[in-house]
Design a protein around this ligand. Structure first.
Ligand code: MG
Length: 204
């Protein structure tokens, strides 16, 4: 099982980090050891002092495929969950300054908490109009809607599958909306799709 992730997919988030708007999706991966399930706590790592939350919708791949055409891409995922793409912003900034890869800033242990429940795609009237949000200690910090994505789900799947054979069970983090920010030990993070709370855990 692999975890793919898309960077810079929401314009207002690109602006808050002063990044360039990409012509094609920005792709990175996380190892499966990044996953936290069952609302397990996130232990703040000693190698960073600036861990940021990025709430994202997560697609679950349901069928193996490569070179998938965009018009058929919706057949390749069957469920949508929510997750946090934890980012060691200090390590990422160092890497970006030097033009080096982001792996340790994005793929460290526990950097991908995901909801236990994934909602079946056919539950959604329109996947191009899904609301999701993150609360920290009960306060709204991030909210997004899939209509604001630069690259929608089907485009992401078509693009990724040019380079990587997608396999059943692979996950795709689809990008974060604006409002990313630091977490601190003691915080409780709650992530929702529409008004359904699907993920809640503590930072320790
Ligand atoms: Mg992200």
């Amino acid at each position: 099982m692999r975890i793919f992730a898309i960077g810079r997919n929401y314009v207002e988030h690109i602006q808050e980090l002063n990044n360039e708007r990409p012509d094609e999706p920005v792709i990175f991966t996380k190892p499966d050891t990044a996953i936290l399930r069952n609302n397990a706590p996130f232990y703040y790592p000693s190698f960073s002092t600036d861990i940021h939350h990025e709430v994202e919708l997560v697609l679950r791949i349901s069928k193996e495929g490569k070179n998938i055409e965009e018009k058929f891409a919706s057949r390749y995922y069957d469920a949508i969950g929510v997750g946090i793409d934890f980012t060691a912003r200090d390590l990422q900034q160092k890497a970006k300054d030097k033009g080096l890869p982001w792996d340790i800033a994005k793929g460290f242990n526990g950097s991908a908490p995901i909801s236990d429940s994934f909602l079946p795609v056919d539950k959604f009237a329109d996947v191009k109009n899904i609301n999701f949000k993150l609360e920290v200690n009960g306060k709204l910090k991030q909210q997004g809607n899939t209509s604001l994505m630069l690259f929608p789900f089907d485009y992401i799947i078509a693009y990724l599958s040019k380079f990587f054979t997608l396999k059943t069970g692979d996950l795709i983090f689809t990008g974060t909306p604006k409002g990313v920010g630091p977490v601190t030990p003691g915080d409780t993070l709650s992530a929702y799709i529409e008004n359904e709370k699907l993920l809640e855990f503590q930072v320790k």
